[in-house]
Design a protein around this ligand. Structure first.
Ligand code: GLY
Ligand code: MN
Ligand code: MN
Length: 436
């Protein structure tokens, strides 16, 4: 659990960044209806959660630096005995102050009424620009209200500033408490992947493996996956975001599982690939070991100061060389890299930031240059080779071999920590787990 004092520290830091003449206004995620009165499971907006730890809908955070009556104002739902009988307890305004450390809390219904006064005299409004149409409209109306009172001496804000760059730069660097939670998400994910490997045999359906994953997530306190689980067997292993998961798994198939638990709103994102019958064929093993060697080399390059793109360059080089060695690509390796001949087989990048969002926020480039890695960043390393049968000129013995290997890595002072290092990964480890 992240302590309430850590959220308070983040709010202070954000206020320091925007300066004392600004104001931050950030809405919670809306509750989304599936049909009738049935809702999708509620998931708080990651930015809002990062600053509040508050998990109810219909809430708005306001940060007004140096405001006399308090800097942190939360608008949230009122207590409502009837609704609480149906939907469960709410924090209410008292809880917002006592448990969530708001300086002041007001009913959500008073937001439109109170915002103009909170904005008056502030130079700039910092909020997620253009994300929520209703909210954009509300803020414009509030600004106009302040403008209409200029003769009374009120000063309207002169600028809307997107909050994303400053807030997302903070989110990119994980605290010790966040890393502990992410490790837990990874550890739960480890159990799920191992369980699915052990369960797998020819003749079961992809969704049966998905059920094993979800069972392990949920019984360990991760109610939901961090994204739709990908369970692709045979030709489906070559579809990057395959989520239908409805085909029967055949003897001789490779199975690619890309699945991660979401624990206390933090994501794990792990891929493992294994043979349905527990033994890799010669071709499957050749491709698997090639992807693995590129992943291990990429991981080894991770350390403070290394460029974000180093991992990708290493992966491209090793995969291209390997495809040439296997006779799948023909030509000079440097020329093949130059003309991106690997793209039909490896068409994505080496990974992405990981955190509250599975594809987490944060810039990959600073001005024109790829970013240098720094301690506290967490990201995935996930090379793959996907040989679908429609790539021309590839012998059919390679067809339907799709392999991705994805781990979650933290940059440390000295180098790196692979949070998911315990999940079986070598051919020997995977075959041993599946033999049990
Ligand atoms: N699970 C999506 C990805 O690996 O990026
Ligand atoms: Mn993934
Ligand atoms: Mn990923």
């Amino acid at each position: 659990m992240i302590k309430m004092s850590e959220y308070a520290k983040r709010r202070k830091e954000l206020m320091r960044t925007i300066g004392q003449n600004g104001i931050v206004i950030l809405p919670s995620a809306p509750e989304v209806f599936r049909n009738g009165d049935a809702t999708y499971a509620y998931r708080q907006n990651s930015d809002f959660y990062y600053l509040t730890g508050f998990e109810e809908p219909d809430a708005v955070l306001v940060l007004a630096p140096k405001r006399k009556e308090g800097e942190y104002i939360l608008f949230n739902r009122i207590r409502d005995r009837d609704r609480e009988i149906w939907d469960g307890p709410r924090a209410g305004q008292e809880g917002a102050v006592k448990e969530y450390l708001a300086d002041q809390a007001f009913p959500y219904s008073e937001l439109a009424l109170m915002l103009p006064d909170l904005m008056a005299g502030r130079e700039s409004i910092h909020y997620p620009l253009g994300v929520n149409r209703e909210f954009d409209k509300l803020l414009m109306q509030c600004v106009n209200k302040v403008r209409s009172k200029v003769r009374g001496g009120l000063q309207p804000p002169a600028a809307f500033v997107d909050i994303a760059p400053s807030l997302h730069e903070m989110r990119l660097f994980k605290s010790a408490a966040e890393i502990e939670i992410m490790q837990k998400a990874v550890d739960i994910t480890e159990k799920a992947h191992v369980r699915a490997m052990r369960f797998c045999r020819p003749g079961v359906y992809e969704y049966e493996l998905e059920a094993e994953l979800l069972y392990e997530f949920q019984r360990n306190g991760a109610r939901f996956p961090a994204y739709n689980s990908i369970v692709g067997a045979g030709r489906n292993s070559c579809i990057l975001h395959y989520i239908n998961n409805n085909q029967k798994i055949a003897d001789g198939d490779l199975v690619l599982i890309d699945a991660g638990a979401e624990y206390q709103n933090y994501a794990a994102d792990i891929t493992r690939t294994f043979p349905a019958n527990g033994r890799f064929t010669g071709e499957q093993r050749a491709i698997y070991d090639l992807v693995l060697s590129s992943q291990l080399a990429a991981i080894k390059s991770i350390k403070p100061g290394a460029s974000w793109t180093t991992a990708q360059n290493i992966i491209v080089k090793i995969l291209t060389q390997g495809l040439v060695d296997l006779g799948i690509l023909k030509g000079n390796v440097d020329n093949l890299i130059e003309r991106q001949a690997y793209l039909p087989f490896y068409m994505h990048r080496s990974g992405h930031w990981l955190g509250l969002d599975v594809h987490d926020v944060g810039m990959y480039r600073v001005e024109t240059k790829w970013r240098a890695l720094q301690p506290g960043m967490v990201f995935t390393v996930e090379p793959g080779i996907y040989i679908s049968s429609d790539i021309p000129g590839v012998h059919k013995r390679w067809h339907h071999i799709g392999v991705r290997i994805e781990d979650n890595v933290l940059v440390t002072d000295k180098g790196r920590d692979v949070l998911s290092h315990k999940i079986p990964k070598t051919v020997v480890e995977i075959e041993a787990v599946m033999a049990k």
